[in-house]
Design a protein around this ligand. Structure first.
Ligand code: DSN
Length: 419
């Protein structure tokens, strides 16, 4: 990589300088975006490799281009490792990212205009589960379930009633802002009852599932999709997994249905990440993500923060800031100035719009990768409380930023530049 890096600095010092800036920023800040992580240097090496030069449309053994002597075994390894890690019969590792992976499920099982049922975005669902502005909400007839008003847990009764009434052909479980465990068996039961395909989108929790820190949907779902770059700690990419009976339809939907050549550098990096996720220490990592999230949730609750659903079972915390007298966006921006990175987010039944919502979303995958544990979560909660209580106080922001920088020095992050 040194050779590559020297070439980049010489050819394009502007981009090299910006990447160096980002490497320092990632080292010096507390990164709490629930969908982000730090990949290992091995994953970085594969992602930045010359596999990006190669076209490989098709699948291993059946390609439309020659010269696949090394690409086929790379994709075979990625597929086998996915099958072993998640206990699935079939895995497709080619989707470019989560949204194309989910679109492949539509293409494999539905016709335009068919009914799909997913969790509503403001309740924690994903755009591709039928939300109105997504192609999935425009080209399919989407019906949406939500969470209960009293406890913010998935409303399984509403979901069942809606499925019986609307008869969807596809039912999604999963999302982007769900702080509690999902009972995949209930979704499977409902899908069976109405004759729907049941797809579990485990993008956020795939690493927890792989590490045994969240129940797996595999015994229950017809299809399981996931990104590879969140808790699973791989490169930006995705996988779609299923039983053998659906393998042909799913493969045909990914290629040639939606995509051209797979990104082989990503496939190799996915294989590396899956190997890392199959090691015993990944189980410890997955459980520590949850332990850290619970510790952070408890420390925030002690400081009067109003957590959606009252806490967390996974890597993610959603906070309604209404009682703190500050909206999500100014809070997120003040925290960013102080060196704590998270995102503003709607909360269930939010009267405000997604671009200026009432809440913030945070998670512990990245800080856990750095080796931070429960005592650091207490410290992070204290910093968050100080900044959110005084979002306009620039002196405070600077002081907190310096303290964070100091803590970060003791917890180096892979691939970054500690300064
Ligand atoms: N952007 C992802 C997230 O942050 O959850 C979902 O696609």
């Amino acid at each position: 990589m040194d050779k590559y890096w020297a070439a980049l600095e010489q050819t394009d010092p502007d981009i090299a300088g910006l990447i160096t800036g980002e490497a320092k920023r990632q080292a010096q800040t507390i990164r709490l975006i629930a969908s982000e992580n730090y990949v290992s240097e091995a994953v970085l090496a594969a992602t930045g490799s010359l596999l990006t030069n190669k076209y490989s449309e098709g699948y291993s053994g059946k390609r439309y281009y020659e010269g696949q002597q090394f690409i086929d075994p790379i994709e075979d390894l990625a597929v086998q490792r996915a099958k072993d890690l998640f206990g699935v019969e079939h895995a497709n590792v080619q989707p470019y990212s989560g949204s194309p992976g989910n679109l492949a499920v539509y293409l494999a099982f539905l016709e335009p205009g068919d009914t799909v049922m997913g969790m509503a975005l403001p309740s924690g669902g994903h755009l591709t589960h039928g939300w109105s502005v997504s192609a999935t909400g425009r080209w399919f007839r989407a019906v949406q379930y939500g969470v209960r008003r009293d406890n913010h847990l998935i409303d399984y009764d509403e979901m069942r009633d809606l499925a019986i009434k609307e008869k969807p052909k596809l039912i999604w479980a999963g999302g982007t802002a769900i702080p509690r465990q999902i009972d995949f068996s209930i979704f499977a039961e409902v899908a069976r009852e109405v004759g729907a395909v049941f797809a579990a989108d485990i993008a956020h929790i795939a690493g927890l599932v792989a590490g045994g820190a969240h129940p797996s949907p595999v015994p229950h779902a017809d299809v399981v999709t996931t990104t590879t770059h969140k808790t699973l700690r791989g490169p930006r990419g995705a996988m779609a997994m299923c039983r053998t009976e659906h393998a042909k339809a799913l493969n045909f939907a990914v290629f040639p249905g939606l995509q051209g050549g797979p990104h082989n550098h990503t496939t190799a990096a996915i294989a590396v990440a899956l190997k890392e996720a199959s090691q015993p220490d990944f189980k410890d990592y997955a459980h520590q993500i949850v332990a850290n999230a619970k510790a952070l949730a408890a420390a925030l609750t002690e400081r009067g923060f109003d957590l959606v659903s009252g806490g967390t079972d996974n890597h993610l915390i959603l906070i309604d800031l209404t009682n703190k007298g500050v909206f999500g966006k100014p809070a997120a921006k003040a925290l960013d100035r102080a060196g704590i990175e998270l995102n503003y987010n709607t909360v269930p039944f939010d009267p405000r719009k997604p671009f200026d919502p009432s809440g913030i979303r945070l998670g512990t995958p990245s800080v856990t990768t750095r080796g931070m544990k429960e005592p650091e979560m207490e410290q992070i909660a204290e910093w968050m409380d100080r900044v959110i209580s005084n979002p306009e106080d620039d002196d405070l922001t600077k002081k907190v930023s310096a303290e964070i920088h100091e803590l970060c020095r003791s917890f180096p992050a892979p691939g970054t530049i500690t300064g």
